[in-house]
Each structure stands twice: as C-alpha cells, then as structure tokens.
Design a protein around this ligand. Structure first.
Ligand code: OAD
Ligand code: ZN
Length: 273
C-alpha cells in the first residue's frame, strides 16, 4: 500500500481548532515505560522475550501462558518479582496522558501494561482500561477464589508459587494479569465503543502484535486522525489518509506534540511531580 503520513503540525491544529474539546483515545504498550527502566517484550536484544534463556522456557511467551504456568509456575513467579509495580517512575509519555486528562481531552486510555505507571502519573482510575489486567488482585486459576494480597506479596518477594487456600482445590494462584489462553477483562469490551466514537487516536509504544488489543486502531471512523509514536511502524499505520507516523522514542514525539500545542512547561512540571 501507499504509505502516508500527515505532518504533526496538522495534528496540533486539529487539537487546537477542532471546535468543542476533542475526544482523544490513547492506546499504549510496553514502549511507553522502557525509558523508566522496564524492558518491553519484543525488542530484539533488550526485550523481555530475548532475555528469558535463564528460565529454561520451551518458548518465551510460555511464561505468560496458562497451560505452561499450570505445569511450571516458577518462571512466572521469578519474573513477577521483577515486574511487580513500585520500583519504577512514570515517563514523559505517561505525563502527557495525564496532561490530556487535565485539559479535559482524554476520553480513555487503553493500556496493555501492568506497571501502573499511568495511575502514578496522575491519570485517574476511571480513565484507564487495563486491557491485560494488573497486579491489583490475585486468584486461584482453578476455582477463581481470591487470595490475600499480603500472602501474595510474600510469595512474589520470595519467588515462591502459592496455592489456593481451599485445601480441596489446591490450584495455583496467579495475579489478575491476562495470560495467553485467557479472555480480556469485561471492561475492555464494554469500553471498546469509545474508540469508535473518538475524534483522535494516539498509539504509543506497542508492537500491536497481540489481539484483540491490536484491533482497536481499526475501529476509528475513517476520517479520524491516528497518530503513532513508536520506534517502528506497526499495524496498519501509514495506510490511512489521516495517519500521522512519528518514528523514534515516544517521549521525543510527545514532547514535539506538546511543544506545538504550547504545553511544554505544563508537561515538564507534571513529569517532575
Ligand atoms: P512489545 O514489546 O511487543 O512492543 C513494544 C513496542 O514499543 C515495539 O514496537 C518497540 O519498538 C517500541 N518501543 C520500545 N521502547 C520505545 C520507546 N522508548 N519509544 C517508542 N517506542 C518504543 O510490547 P507490547 O506491544 O506492549 O501481554 O506487547 C503486547 C503484549 O505482549 C503485552 O501486554 C504482553 C506481551 O506478551 C501479556 O503478557 C498478556
Ligand atoms: Zn482454588
């Protein structure tokens, strides 16, 4: 297909002059958090999947696959300790999403991330759809019975798999993050229509390799601009007339957009908070 790209200036004037506040939907993946020190999944040498040799997995995604977890939960528990929220800080890209919210422009953030950095940056709970779940709760994978948070913290801290408190069950306990082989949370399907109604879509730091999340950018109306801030071109970006593709680090792309909008100071202030 013919690749197209609107200049970022067009997006700036669209946001500033499109009349009543635009409804902006933001989609994010692991790339918005790499600047904070958390690895993404699929980057060739730095990504998580390229660095799992020590866990002796049959294939990298196995660590997040339900069947494999059932037979060997140790690799996941080893990784969970590293991924558990609390050790990292939000990036400029997270701060930008929080700023969109402050400006009354953020319709919804759909994130695939489980690091909670959006919330930490100031995006309120009701504006976040955690499409791949989070570490906020945990339950037995067989009977779905909830498991106490305090015991989970200890299990993660010591990388020791824990089992259901119901002795008759004894199933393994897993944080409420979505594994391959599991459905996405109900809220994802409930809020999906916000993408269809959006006035602008911004996609940052995701390979768009994992469905159904990867289908979201296809839901916008055909006259709605779609902006991509990513190190590489992904999905169908560049195939639509109103696509704006900004390759490189998303923090740089976001800073450029903020500058055009005259938001630089506010953005840097929010970032430092
Ligand atoms: P991926 O690792 O698949 O993709 C990250 C994307 O961000 C890649 O296109 C990178 O080039 C890009 N990237 C990395 N750092 C960046 C930066 N600083 N600026 C701009 N772009 C950058 O991560 P996700 O798309 O989030 O699911 O992966 C989707 C899902 O696959 C995850 O939620 C996880 C994984 O398996 C589950 O665990 C269920
Ligand atoms: Zn159970």
């Amino acid at each position: 297909f013919q690749q197209t790209s609107l200049p970022l200036e067009e997006i700036v004037s669209y946001i500033l002059h499109s009349g009543p506040p635009s409804k902006i939907v933001v989609l994010t993946g692991a790339g918005v958090s790499t600047a904070s020190g958390i690895p993404d999944f699929r980057s060739p040498t730095t990504g998580l999947y390229a660095n799992l040799a020590r866990l002796n997995l049959p294939y990298p995604e196995a660590v997040f696959t339900l069947d494999y977890f059932r037979s060997n939960p140790l690799p996941f528990y080893t990784l969970a300790k590293e991924l558990y929220p609390g050790k990292y800080y939000p990036t400029i890209s997270h701060a930008f999403i929080a700023l969109l919210h402050e400006k009354g422009l953020l319709e919804m953030l759909f994130t695939q991330n489980i690091d909670c950095l959006d919330r930490m940056a100031g995006v309120p709970d009701h504006k976040i759809v955690e499409a791949h779940g989070s570490f906020k709760g945990q339950r037995c994978i067989e009977c779905q019975k909830e498991f106490p948070e305090k015991l989970m913290l200890e299990a993660v801290e010591s990388s020791t798999p824990v089992r259901c408190l119901d002795e008759n069950c004894g199933g393994l306990v897993k944080p409420d993050i979505v594994f391959f082989g599991e459905g996405l949370p109900e809220v994802f399907f409930q809020k999906k229509d916000l993408v269809e109604k959006a006035d602008l879509l911004i996609v940052m730091g995701t390979s768009l390799e994992v469905a159904p999340f990867s289908m979201l950018p296809e839901l916008v109306r055909s006259t709605v601009p779609r902006v991509l801030f990513n190190r590489e071109r992904v999905g169908s970006f560049g195939s639509c007339e109103y696509d704006c593709v900004v390759l490189g680090d998303c923090d740089n792309g976001v800073r450029k957009l903020a500058e055009g909008l005259g938001w630089t100071e506010e953005l840097e202030e929010l970032f430092l908070k």
